[in-house]
Design a protein around this ligand. Structure first.
Ligand code: SF4
Length: 151
């Protein structure tokens, strides 16, 4: 649950997702979106904090390394077979590079919100949906239920 932050009230979505995720889940984060939940007391799992912060948005590379390691350890062919959901807060165009990196790695079913990037014309959106199953964020309850179902 990485990405940008902004002033819109709708960004409380990310706070509420963090508060309502099951206690045995971990939030990998980087970028400004973390300020929506990194002050919350979300506890730990065996002494490891449930929010693991890689740093700035430019440090998303570290999150990708974290994700690639279990793929290697479990001998998986596809990053999408890991129990990881991508719930990305969007605001800045600089984040385009991070999104493109995730797409290049073949990550699918990324949620983006609360607004879609300005460059996403209907044509581009069709390409992203058809090839990468990109989708907008929904309600907190629906999205958490979908994440727990592996989506
Ligand atoms: S692109 Fe800008 S707003 Fe978004 S996470 Fe990076 S520094 Fe923050």
């Amino acid at each position: 649950m990485a990405g940008c932050d902004g002033r819109q009230k709708s960004r409380s979505y990310f706070t509420e997702v963090a508060q309502n995720l099951p206690k045995d889940t971990v939030i990998l984060t980087a970028g400004c979106a973390k300020y929506r939940y990194n002050k919350l007391d979300l506890g730990d799992i065996g002494g490891i904090p449930r929010v693991l912060d890689a740093g700035q948005c430019n440090d998303c590379y570290s999150l990708v390394v974290i994700a690639l390691k279990p793929k290697e350890v479990f001998g998986l062919d596809d990053l999408n077979d890991l129990p990881i959901s991508y719930d990305i807060a969007w605001y800045e165009q600089k984040a385009v590079a991070v999104l493109l990196a995730l797409l290049r790695l073949g990550v699918k079913e990324i949620r983006l919100g609360p607004t879609l990037p300005a460059f996403v014309s209907p044509t581009v959106l069709n390409v992203l949906v058809e090839n990468f199953d990109i989708k907008p964020i929904g309600t907190v309850a629906e999205d958490i239920a979908a994440m727990m179902a592996g989506k």
